[in-house]
Design a binder for this molecule. Structure first.
Ligand code: AHR
Length: 518
């Protein structure tokens, strides 16, 4: 009897949490003309930092870890599967201390350097221009090369661009002697990085002038059209955007913006794998804070550039937690849970809304650093929940964006910027897109306790089959480790039904679903 009462009480308790359900509706305006989502929204970032390059992408030809010409076979395959459209390199802060000449020619002659930004690690420059640009060719992605303004000269920068892209001439001659006959295709160049901080501690007026000067000498050889990107603001530094737009304007093709989901820059940032419900909701609220931030930066850009000819590129974003216990604090190695996966899906949903101005984003970073796609340890490799979101979402690359209006529950989350008031976090987020006649719907239910019945009302819908994939787990703090690499991975999802113009989806708490309708 006593046992039955306890059981009943337990079930009742669960009924108010685990079995609770919310309802949401999504109006899908699929007769409206939307923008195309540039595939570059799914860009990646690889910095000489910790084991992103060395041990992550690159192990060298002599390594026991299976590799092809020094690139890890497992990692290359995983990145090819991900359809990486663009890869930013060599930094980050590293870029403004990097001297490209040290990274070309016979490896035994390359000088060593101290990575002053990231733990003082000494590196041997064995991964340089050839190794990076050849990797981009292997992956089939555009390279995005961040050039050194902070500690480099105009001449050094100009010669690097010539070395990479000229058919003939003195720099091409050196390149050919180093084994590469044809120039590489290099479109995206960054003229400095975080020039307000690690890239030189400059004021925007001074940097704006430097940008004008340095970028002048980045020449276009043999019709190689360059897309020149100025170092942009961090977070809420609207003045940086204002000054750059006013003083530089159309002399840049793109202006960057960095936004991290981070508790603050001083003190503990919190553990990646241990957090309370309140921490979880704070994190997702913070991540969604980029929505209003984008609006603010875009408003300034619209004032100077109403035709939207200068793009906004969020070339660093993602979660930033304390490093894993026992790892070098300068190497920024962190685990990646279902909470991080949520940050990825919510951020991508937001970026998709602004693609008339936002043309590229680069999550930080691709391997072993911050919110990574992949973690490696010696010869082991793990794909993170964030990897799986990028994989499930890559169907939206180069697809037509369909605007949606979502009606759902919301909650108030704390804001670490006390003077800005609380944040509001919606329980449901979505992206809908169409490509080649196939509609893809992505849905995220952020609620920790409630499942969701989501009703999507399309303007019109003519669908024969629905295929679905879900990313979910028992506990949002779960993650894939080297010992247990498959705790979180996509599974087949069947709880979606179409009737006339209505799609009904029943999704569990804290889950991400992508559906293919055709
Ligand atoms: O991604 C890590 C660092 O964060 C980058 O090097 C820098 O640009 C930013 O501060």
């Amino acid at each position: 009897m006593k046992f039955k009462i306890i059981l009943a009480l337990l079930l009742f308790g669960m009924g108010t949490t685990a079995f609770a359900q919310q309802k949401a509706t999504v109006a899908v305006h699929n007769s409206t003309e939307g923008n195309v989502i540039p595939k570059e929204i799914y860009g990646q970032f690889a910095e000489h930092l910790g084991s992103c390059i060395y041990g992550g992408l690159w192990v060298g030809e002599d390594s026991k870890i299976p590799n092809t010409n020094g690139y890890r076979n497992d990692v290359v395959k995983a990145l090819k599967d991900l359809k990486v459209p663009v890869l930013r390199w060599p930094g980050g802060c590293f870029a403004d201390e990097y001297h490209w000449v040290d990274g070309i020619g016979p490896k035994e002659n390359r000088p060593r350097m101290v990575n002053n930004n990231w733990g003082g690690t000494v590196e041997d420059n064995s991964f340089g221009t050839h190794e990076f640009l050849n990797l981009c060719e292997i992956l089939g992605c555009e390279p995005y090369v961040s050039l050194n303004v902070g500690s480099g000269s105009v001449e050094e920068m100009a010669k690097w661009v010539e070395y990479m892209t000229a058919e003939d001439g003195p720099q091409a001659k050196i390149r050919k002697a180093n084994g590469r006959e044809k120039p590489w295709h290099v479109k995206y160049i960054g003229v400095g990085n975080e020039s307000w901080g690690c890239g030189g501690n400059m004021r925007p007026e001074y940097y704006g002038d430097l940008y004008r000067r340095y970028s002048t000498y980045c020449r276009e050889f043999n019709g190689n059209k360059l897309y020149k990107i100025a170092s942009g603001a961090s977070d809420y530094d609207l003045n940086w955007t204002e000054v750059l737009m006013k003083n530089v304007g159309r002399k840049m093709d793109g202006l960057s913006l960095h936004y991290y989901t981070v508790l603050g820059w001083n003190g503990s940032k919190g553990k990646a794998t241990k957090f309370t419900d309140d921490d979880y909701y704070w994190c997702l609220g913070k991540c969604c804070g980029i929505d209003s931030l984008l609006q603010k930066h875009i408003k300034i850009m619209d004032k100077y550039d109403p035709k939207k000819q200068v793009a906004l590129l969020v070339d660093e974003w993602g979660t930033w937690w304390d490093v894993e216990d026992g790892t070098n604090p300068g190497h920024l190695f962190q685990q990646n849970t279902m909470r991080d996966a949520m940050v990825a899906s919510l951020s991508l949903d937001i970026f998709h809304k602004y693609t008339d101005r936002v043309k590229m984003t680069n999550i930080a970073q691709v391997i072993n650093v911050l919110q990574s796609m992949i973690l490696t340890k010696d010869d082991k490799m793990v794909l993170t929940p964030t990897y799986y979101v990028f994989q499930m979402y890559n169907v939206h690359q180069d697809a037509k964006y369909i605007p949606v209006d979502i009606t759902c529950e919301s909650r108030t989350t704390r804001n670490e910027r006390k003077n800005e008031g609380d944040r509001t976090l919606n329980s449901i987020s979505s992206t809908v897109s169409v490509k080649d006649g196939v509609t893809h719907v992505s849905l995220t239910n952020v609620d920790l306790a409630k499942s969701a019945e989501v009703t999507l009302n399309f303007d019109k819908l003519n669908v024969k089959t629905v295929n679905g994939t879900i990313l979910n787990c028992k506990n949002v703090a779960e993650f894939n480790s080297f010992e247990k690499p498959d705790v979180i991975k996509p599974a087949v999802f069947k709880d979606a039904k179409v009737k006339k113009n209505v799609l009904t989806v029943k999704m569990p708490a804290h889950s991400i679903v992508t559906l293919e309708l055709k």
